[in-house]
Design a protein around this ligand. Sequence first.
Ligand SMILES: Cc1cc2nc3c(=O)[nH]c(=O)nc-3n(C[C@H](O)[C@H](O)[C@H](O)COP(=O)(O)OP(=O)(O)OC[C@H]3O[C@@H](n4cnc5c(N)ncnc54)[C@H](O)[C@@H]3O)c2cc1C
Length: 358
Amino acid sequence: MIDYIVVGLGLAGITFCETLARHGRSFAVVDDDSQQASKVAGGLYNPVVLKRFNPVWMAGEQLEFALPFYKELEDKLAVKLLYPSRIKRRFATIDEQNQWFEASDHPRLKNVLLQQLQANTNPKIAAPYGFGIVQQSGRLDTSLLIARYAELLRKQGQLIRESFFFDELQILAEGVQYKQLKARRIVFATGFGLVQNPYFNYLPIQGSKGEYVRIYCPDLQETEILKGAFFVLPEGNDEYLVGATYSWNDLENTPTAKARQELIEKLDRILNCDYKLIGQQAGIRPTVTDRKPLVGRHPVHNDLYVLNGFGSRGVMIGPWAADLLYRNIEAGDPLPAEIDLSRFKKKYFEAGQARRGS
Ligand SMILES: Cc1cc2nc3c(=O)[nH]c(=O)nc-3n(C[C@H](O)[C@H](O)[C@H](O)COP(=O)(O)OP(=O)(O)OC[C@H]3O[C@@H](n4cnc5c(N)ncnc54)[C@H](O)[C@@H]3O)c2cc1C
């Protein structure tokens, strides 16, 4: 019997698997590539909400955990994954500049937002009110992380490339059995795929579709992350990712003409140069109604767990939440109430009553 089956190999699955590996636990992963959020993510981490300049929930704690975690993964996988970078927040109005000054006095943002504004020196960008500079931010190369981690697991015989068939899951007196595989526990880290999970589909996951376009723009010559209506992320070789959109209606992973148009229209308002559209990508963020992660144990089945609900901040939340889940399972440490999925316990029993027609 192995210690864990993990279903899903996005940011949630990888951060949990790596936590298991670091504690010497045995595990196998089932993944079918049906969700794309982690693969297409911009990979940004930053401790401030860039719309109204508020601190991100638990950002300090999460970053303190996440950055060394990914650094250790860089060494283990022998690949560069982290790209620290400042973010240039473009001001649309004088009013925004004033909000910035106010926010930069906030005790949690003092070392994050530079007090002094930066004038625009790039003639290819329209930014008459200049920029505010965010520090302690950067990017994680999520698609490379997934590719390399999957490769490592494949070599170690720990990766099963298939859709998880719920009919094949048996709940034993102790542990679970999936096909031939017996494990002490199973952790579902399936992102928006959670909606298909008969054990956990009572949880209020909404999903929000996000899309990026990729442009080739040799005249722009920008090396720092730019944030106007959308992010403009330098990718090297004069390529940039522009996005991401938010949509709650269409929950397919396919890129749309509507998002492309929205991104191009807004990009055209801030760029004074030609560019070529060279790609587009889409994924579904696993967003919860209360915008907090979903972590913890099934209301009745003691060996079934979930790690999910990372919304638009999987890079920062992943290592921190994976550690909390691990310590909860193995040492009985309580989960913070805000992320513990037991906050939705009532929904589980209501859904059960509805199923039974009572
Ligand atoms: C366009 C876009 C941009 C984003 N940008 C950022 C960003 O800059 N920074 C940031 O922190 N976050 C960003 N996010 C959010 C981030 O991507 C998510 O928070 C995170 O990737 C969620 O990870 P996950 O592992 O929970 O889900 P996913 O990445 O969706 O992974 C779930 C995995 O489970 C597998 N799976 C699902 N169902 C099954 C099944 N039945 N059987 C087998 N396998 C299954 C899927 O194939 C997938 O591999 C972005 C998201 C999008 C869509």
